[in-house]
Design a protein around this ligand. Sequence first.
Ligand SMILES: [Zn+2]
Length: 218
Amino acid sequence: MVNHMLMITADFENIASLQPQGGCDDPNFSYFFKIKCGRCGEVSQKETCVTLNDTVSLHQGKGTSHLIQKCKFCGRDGTVTMIPGKGKPLTQELSEGGKYAPLMLFDFRGYEPEGFVFSGAWNAESEYAHDFLFAMLFFPFVVDFEPGAAYETLRPVCISQTFKTCLYGRKLYIQGGLIAGTKYEDIDLSGDDFNDYDEKGECPVMISNLRSKFEVVR
Ligand SMILES: [Zn+2]
């Protein structure tokens, strides 16, 4: 079976991560893209839209899908089904490396996807190195940089772990979101970029040069 993974990337300035408003499996986030008929090659004129929360029943009780559409040109039926649980936020590390983050997996039957459009609401978090430096100065031996840990729940870790943290701390901080930067909600990326100023970090933040592709997953 062939599936398509929607992959995205962008250029970040002082941004740690980007994802749909409610996370990659946001039930109400709508994905817009064109579809190309697998039989006649006709590409839909308008973007089609699928949302996790919005399912349709397949004929003959074969479960549910997120879109059933007949090709306007040759009349062939096709379906688009979303497969949640595979997406990850686009992090600064991926962005800097020119790599893409997987966003959503799709099962296309009778169609192929073309040209994802960045619409809907997104959220991003700025990086916040000041807090990180503060933590390293004042709690050099009690800072646990376990991904996802909260500022309040820092717990003692061994010195070697702290040393590793010193070496790789910045990266771990970005991945783990230990010390939160400023959160930006309801970002509109339909204008191709996002600009703001991070009061806490005292720096401009920017998301630009948005790119996407559908990668075949076998
Ligand atoms: Zn067709």
